[in-house]
Ligand binder design. Sequence first.
Ligand code: AR6
Length: 171
Amino acid sequence: MKIEVIKGDITKINADAIVNAANSSLLGGGGVDGAIHRAGGPQILEECRAIRNRQGKCKTGEAVVTTAGNLSAQYVIHTVGPVWNDNKEKSSKLLSDCYKNSLLVAENLGVKTIAFPNISTGIYRFPKELAGEIAVNELRKFQSDIIEKVIFVCFDEENEEIYKALLESPI
Ligand code: AR6
């Protein structure tokens, strides 16, 4: 898989699927979650509600898919990142799961290009450097014959620099 870094707004990215840093209620929130629901329109929330009715809340580390509504993407993959706390090992494992499970959902849908925000590094306060290492490691480990390109969409300069440095460094 080709891996790219872009600084910008994930709702404006051209990709088959974009990933949302959601919360376990799946009913929207602030940050990137708010931006995706605002730009994508009410159809996304409708499908989130249907998922809630079917399976209940989405657990941390898991991922579910809805339409992307008015966005140019076809799908929004909603994953729930961990809230950072002192249990570094547990939080790290849950953040790895977010990337892995989102990629598995994408593969099942036949997605060729997928864009990720920097999950958990905003309202959930996960340290950016560690979150970047986890994201890049998980992506490099994931072998896919279906997904061709992964885009890390960084909203702030600090994350952009972290991802660029990580991707320049050898595996
Ligand atoms: N495009 C790309 N990245 C963005 C955008 C955007 N439009 N807006 C923010 N970011 P956050 P979390 C970045 O807080 O930490 C919500 O209320 C942001 O700078 O969106 O996983 C949910 O409902 C940061 O780097 O998500 C949950 O309750 C990254 O996206 C909670 O926040 C993630 O920040 C999830 O917290």
